[in-house]
Design a protein around this ligand. Structure first.
Ligand code: URA
Length: 283
C-alpha cells in the first residue's frame, strides 16, 4: 500500500480491517483503492419505488439504475416534506445561491453568520448531502470544513473522489442550527426546496445521504441508518445510498468500518450506472 492510502485508511480507522479481494484498481494519485468490504449487506429484493413525493422529483436526464429499490416499512411516517416555495424551482445557480443567502423561511436565519448553500462541481455525478452547517461552516460559508469535513474528505479520497471534482456537497439545511442541534422537521421542510433545486441543477447520478436528517429529508420517511445501510433507495429516479454522518463517525469509531462498506457499495453502484450508461469507468 502507498503511504498516502495507508494514512487515509488509518484516518478512517480501517487499516487493519480490510483486505484486497479480486482485481485491484489502484489510483495512487487520488489515493484510491478498490477493496471489498469483509461482509456486505444482502441484496434487497426489488420493492416499491420512488419514496419522494412527485412534487419533489427531479428531471433526470441521465439513465439511472433500474435495479434494487427499497424502503422502510409503510408504517413509518414521512418526514421533511417539502414546503411550498415561491419560484425556487425556476432559479439558476446564481439566483438560487442568492436566494439561500437571504432566506428567512425558518428561525435558523436569526442566528446564522451566513447561509451555506453548497460547494463543488455543479455537474457532478456524485452528490453528498449532510445535515447542516456547524460553527466553522457558518464562519466560512462552505460545507464540511471542520473536523467532520476533514473526515469526509478522507472518506471521499478512500473511494478515489475529491471535493469539487465530480462531487457536489450540500446540506439538508443551509443555516447552522444553534449549538449544532439536529434540525427539526419544520426546518428541514422549509429548506428542502433549495436541496431539491440543487439536485435538479446538478442532476447527479448518485446521492449519498450522510446521516439521518439528510436521509429523511430526501426519502420523506423515517430512517434508521443502521437498518437503511446497504439498501438502494431512490429520490425520484436517482439512486440514494445512506450512510453515517462523519460527525457521528468521529464519536463512534467502530462504525467507520460500516461507513467504508457503504462507500464501497456507493462506488460499485456508480460503476454499474456508468456501465449501463455506456460511460467509461473511472470512479
Ligand atoms: N456537518 C454537516 O452536516 N454539514 C456540514 O456542512 C458540516 C458538518
Amino acid at each position: 500500500m502507498s503511504q498516502r492510502r495507508d494514512s487515509i485508511l488509518r484516518e478512517m480507522g480501517l487499516a487493519p480491517l480490510w483486505r484486497v479481494r479480486g482485481p485491484v484498481d489502484l489510483n495512487e494519485e487520488a489515493g484510491a483503492v478498490v477493496l471489498e468490504p469483509p461482509k456486505e449487506a444482502p441484496p434487497v429484493p426489488p420493492a416499491a419505488v420512488a419514496s419522494a413525493p412527485s412534487s419533489a422529483l427531479p428531471r433526470p436526464l441521465r439513465s439511472v439504475l433500474p435495479a434494487v429499490t427499497s424502503r422502510e416499512p409503510e408504517s413509518m411516517p414521512p418526514v421533511g416534506l417539502p414546503a411550498t416555495s415561491s419560484g425556487v424551482g425556476e432559479l439558476d445557480w446564481d439566483a438560487l445561491e442568492a436566494r439561500i443567502r437571504s432566506c428567512e423561511a425558518c428561525g435558523l436565519c436569526r442566528r446564522r453568520k451566513q447561509a451555506v448553500p453548497g460547494v463543488g462541481d455543479r455537474e457532478a455525478d456524485w452528490l453528498f448531502v449532510g445535515e447542516g452547517p456547524g460553527a466553522e461552516e457558518d464562519e466560512r460559508g462552505e460545507p464540511f470544513v471542520g473536523q467532520a469535513g476533514r473526515l469526509l474528505d478522507n472518506m471521499l479520497a478512500s473511494i478515489g473522489l475529491k471535493r469539487g471534482e465530480d462531487v457536489y456537497i450540500g446540506n439538508a439545511v443551509k443555516c447552522r442550527p444553534p449549538h449544532n442541534r439536529t434540525p427539526d422537521t419544520a426546518e428541514l421542510a422549509a429548506c428542502f426546496p433549495y436541496l431539491q433545486r440543487q439536485i435538479e441543477l446538478v442532476q447527479p447520478r448518485l446521492i449519498v445521504a450522510l446521516g439521518r436528517p439528510a436521509a429523511q429529508a430526501l426519502l420523506t420517511q423515517e430512517i434508521r441508518i443502521g437498518a437503511a445501510r446497504g439498501k438502494l433507495f431512490t429520490y425520484g429516479s436517482i439512486p440514494v445510498v445512506v450512510t453515517y454522518h462523519p460527525a457521528y463517525l468521529l464519536r463512534n469509531l467502530p462504525d467507520k468500518a460500516k461507513a467504508w462498506e457503504d462507500l464501497c457499495f456507493a462506488r460499485r453502484t456508480m460503476q454499474r450506472l456508468k456501465a449501463e450508461d455506456g460511460t467509461p469507468r473511472s470512479t
